[in-house]
Design a binder for this molecule. Structure first.
Ligand SMILES: Cc1cc2nc3c(=O)[nH]c(=O)nc-3n(C[C@H](O)[C@H](O)[C@H](O)COP(=O)(O)OP(=O)(O)OC[C@H]3O[C@@H](n4cnc5c(N)ncnc54)[C@H](O)[C@@H]3O)c2cc1C
Length: 434
């Protein structure tokens, strides 16, 4: 199956079109092959290019590099997460392991930005976990106690303070963590493409259709050619399962998001001229919503089991309508027709929200499944899987490998039915927050 994506992501539209796109149209051999050019694959390619400057490395993607989930996300470089099951005191040790990985992810992105002088609208303004439901305070107090024990700077806020900071009366309680960063994901991933080492050969719009291992070589088949590689890294995230990789440990989820045009001066004044901010929901299926540096409002309030290869225009429109309602609920003073772009993207989940980082066969490696933390963790895992695949070790690999491993999932249709049922339940619980 070929990945067919909509051309309507607001972040991608901000970028200038690329003119150096090569398609795979012959049979090639290489030392290293990386499949998937998002944060993970691009970081792996950069690291391998640095480690082996004289070796042929191929990086291949089914669509334009970086234009999968890596450009289509909400742009939160997260320091902490709330909705991943590790918030009780009993789980403190596991939460710490997870947060240690986020910290390394932030450092990996920071290093890249500093080294290549990248402008990606980086803003160390922190992030909010917020709810309109006062009864969610208990969850925040519990979370606050976890963060205090681990030394994460944060504070609790109520409606008045939130109205001033966010420009909406909608939220009644929130917890602000200081370490979260907001950025423009499209600009960040574009910089990773533009700075690929010279010995990395990038092929785009070239979908891997099938692969096998024969005599210690991985043979990959594409529509118009093939690649034989001595060593390979799979970085296709939401498409790992469809390539038969770790099939019983991950599954794709489709998210949709919308972004408004920049608010006019008048509109901006009407909501109190807030500084850039980002809110994550307290209830898992609630909306992620942020005010960008250039006064656009981004909202993501759907997550579902859907065909990961394509979302039709009419289906996207239905979801965009939900996002219009989500914005209206929070900003009733703004006009109805301010959404400028809507798009879908695929993330990968595991049962226990842990990530995949491993050798799956001799000379075959895989990294992925970060749910909503792939900007930092994907960048980190890409670099580190390249190091692991080179038979080297690092402190980062030790931290990554100390985490809980992903747990087994039942096969379809039991899996899809179970996930759908869970999503319906969470959607009902978060009804007011969508
Ligand atoms: C709407 C939305 C909001 C999100 N918000 C956030 C957020 O705020 N913060 C955060 O950290 N994360 C967020 N995420 C998740 C984040 O985007 C991902 O975790 C991250 O992009 C993963 O990077 P990756 O490189 O592993 O995978 P991807 O970016 O998915 O890249 C995988 C690549 O593999 C390619 N591919 C797939 N199949 C094939 C094939 N057969 N042949 C060749 N290539 C193939 C795809 O085309 C794609 O480019 C969000 C995601 C979405 C969709």
């Amino acid at each position: 199956m070929e990945v067919i994506n909509d051309n309507s992501c607001g972040w991608i539209k901000d970028l200038s079109p690329r003119n150096n796109v090569k398609k795979l149209e012959s049979d090639l051999d290489c030392e290293w092959l990386i499949v998937g050019a998002g944060f993970t694959g691009l970081s792996a390619a950069r690291k391998l290019g640095q480690l082996y400057p004289n070796v042929k490395i191929i990086l291949v993607d089914a669509q334009l590099a970086g234009e999968g989930a890596s450009s289509r996300n909400s742009g939160y470089l997260v320091d902490t997460t709330l909705n991943d099951g590790f918030t009780s005191n009993k789980e403190l040790n596991n939460y710490k392991k997870k947060a240690d990985i986020y910290k390394l992810g932030i450092e990996a992105v920071k290093r890249f930005i500093k080294e290549y002088q990248v402008d990606c609208d980086w803003n160390e303004c922190g992030k909010y976990f917020a709810s309109s439901k006062v009864e969610d305070k208990k969850i925040l107090e519990n979370f606050s106690s976890t963060l205090s024990k681990l030394g994460y700077e944060h504070n609790l806020l109520s409606n008045k303070g939130l109205k001033e900071r966010l420009g909406t009366n909608f939220y009644n309680i929130a917890l602000h963590t200081k370490g979260g960063i907001l950025l423009h994901p499209g600009k960040l991933v574009r910089a990773m493409i533009d700075t690929l080492p010279e010995n990395v050969n990038l092929y785009e719009n070239s979908s891997l259709l099938d692969w096998e291992k024969k005599n210690d070589v991985v043979i990959c088949k594409f529509k118009n050619g093939s690649i034989k590689a001595k060593k390979s890294i799979f970085a296709t995230n939401g498409f790992l399962k469809s390539l038969g990789i770790k099939s019983n440990y991950n599954f794709p989820i489709t998210l949709t998001a919308s972004m408004t045009r920049p608010l006019t001066d008048e509109e901006f004044i009407s909501i109190g001229e807030p500084k850039e901010w980002g809110v994550l929901p307290i209830r898992p299926m609630g909306a992620t919503i942020r005010m960008t540096k250039d006064r656009r409002i981004l909202i993501r309030n759907t997550a579902e089991v859907h065909n990961p290869y394509k979302m039709s225009k009419s289906e996207l429109k239905k979801r965009s309508l939900k996002q219009k309602i989500g914005i209206k609920k929070r900003f009733p003073e703004l006009s109805e027709d301010i959404i400028q772009s809507s798009w879908s993207g695929i993330v990968s989940r595991t049962r226990n929200s842990s990530q995949i980082f491993e050798k799956i066969d001799e000379n075959i490696f895989v990294a992925g499944c970060y749910n909503g933390s792939g900007i930092g963790v994907g960048s980190l895992f890409g670099e580190q899987i390249a190091i692991k695949a080179s038979n080297e070790n690092s402190n980062e690999i030790e931290t990554i490998e100390a985490r809980k491993k992903p747990t087994w999932l039942p096969p379809d249709p039991i899996l899809s039915l179970g996930v759908r049922a869970r999503l319906i339940y969470e959607r009902l619980r978060a009804k007011s927050e969508i």
